[in-house]
Design a protein around this ligand. Sequence first.
Ligand SMILES: Cc1cc2nc3c(=O)[nH]c(=O)nc-3n(C[C@H](O)[C@H](O)[C@H](O)COP(=O)(O)OP(=O)(O)OC[C@H]3O[C@@H](n4cnc5c(N)ncnc54)[C@H](O)[C@@H]3O)c2cc1C
Length: 407
Amino acid sequence: MVKSLHDAVVIGGGPAGSSFALELAKRGFEVAVFEEHPEVGIPSHCAGHLSIRSLRNLGLHPLPESIVENVFSVANFHSPLGSKFSVHLAKPVTCAVNRAKFDKLLAEKAEAAGAVFHLNSRVQSLMLQNGAVKGITVRENELDENQVPANLVVDAEGISSRLLRQTGLQGLNGKRLVYAVQAEVDGIRDVEDDAVEVYLGKKYAPGFYGWLIPKRNGSAKVGLATQKGNPKEFLDRLIGKHPVASKQLRSAKVKSMTFHTITLGGPIPKVYSDGFLAIGDCASQVKPTTGGGVVFSVTCARIAAETAANSLEQANFSESYLRTYQKELTKAVGFDAGVMLKARKVLDTLSDEKIERAISFAQRAGLGKVLHDVDEIDFQGRLLFSLARKPAAFSTIAYLAVLYFFS
Ligand SMILES: Cc1cc2nc3c(=O)[nH]c(=O)nc-3n(C[C@H](O)[C@H](O)[C@H](O)COP(=O)(O)OP(=O)(O)OC[C@H]3O[C@@H](n4cnc5c(N)ncnc54)[C@H](O)[C@@H]3O)c2cc1C
């Protein structure tokens, strides 16, 4: 069946898709979101660790109490041999959210603004005409296959990026994907309530890091990602053998476990084509340092919605018109994404021995005190440059550079 023409259709009801739908619907356009699962936000794979300042900037703070699992003002970084570098911040700077509830909140806001959600609706393919995207083909309730024509198709399908590749755009950088595992556990010990634990080193998480994010009730999200090997085997090693994590998790019970991929390659080079915009994970709008993609996705989705609204007003859906989205993206996140990608490349080269030395040096140099007043963790390019003016931070960055280039 061929459905009526939509202003815009969105593929995927994650943070990127719902945020785009919200912004476009608020401007009075007709937008439909197609989500393959029967419920928004489920299954959830994410740690939900978000910057409070960024949430505030996006107008999403304070979040309802039922969504926030905890807030944090401490971060403990552990070397593979158990050395520790701690940052104690002046106030809570991050929070952990229940991602399923967070995603539902965004979807509800979009619906309240007039967006229509179609659940159980898997987009099978893009409708293409002479290279221009003209709509989608969608299978609803595992039965009917319908064609949905649209002036604009917005791809927010997440990491799979299967549909994006149909347009001929360059997809995610396969060499910079890491494979994550996350467990929900009960019964953690020796963990400060307001501290996030980060476990560095190739022995436990080659190409990324491990994390423990406590909730307020003795349970936690524990996970890691790796560039190679089986993430579950690395998690077993972290829980069983890491000098710090093994103590914190010695009597923990694993309640559930999920596996998912994280993209660390930085934004893909081109995010638009005729009638088409890409947002979120499928466009690799993720911090290459930490893998955090929620704030970046929502930020980029808003920029895309601005371009989409102008394009609908002008009835111009051409690639040359939609290029504005890319230009605005570059202004908003290009610098930070570039710096973070370079930082990720440096981090990837550090051996466990160098990590050990860097952590000890950061602790001795008093880097923790310099970081005391930091409340920005998303736009790390700007953060790095502002910190570099402070002696302890400068010397730590310089020390890292020495480790990277010379030793
Ligand atoms: C283990 C792990 C931990 C993470 N921790 C953090 C963190 O602490 N903080 C942070 O900021 N980020 C974190 N991230 C990254 C974050 O989860 C993503 O960057 C974010 O979810 C991207 O949002 P999105 O809307 O682009 O994609 P998604 O959230 O993946 O949403 C995509 C949606 O599209 C739907 N979909 C896919 N294909 C189709 C189709 N063909 N038809 C219809 N629907 C479809 C999917 O079902 C899904 O609902 C983590 C990721 C992982 C894997």
